[in-house]
Unconditional design. Sequence first.
Length: 134
Amino acid sequence: MSEEPQPVYDSVEAWVTDRFIPMFRRTLGGEFRWCAQWWRHAEAISRLSALWHAWETLRLEPGTGMGVWYRDYLDHQLPILLGARGPFYQCTEDEHLDPHRALAMPSPPGWWDELSPESASDQPDETSHAHRDQ
């Protein structure tokens, strides 16, 4: 019976600190952004966790595993994560600024009544609500 492989890194923080930051460094400012307090950005945590988990899995695939990781995971996430409109867009490497939160108002009573499981395939478009509110 073969033993299940263990992860190289025991947390996303360890992976980011020991692998991601040293390996995928970009010149910061303008096009690329980073926040030294990356762990204060929920979106960054989510994206980096996804990259870490995929890395831990694909590193075990012989031959093309890491190539798949670059193509399907890193190459997609990196421009979003470090991009000028990504989760670090207000930060610099030296200064963290809390991201602005979107507000969400509760919907009016009965707004979702039309979306019962029986009618899920017949979901109303936005115009049906607009007409109802006029």
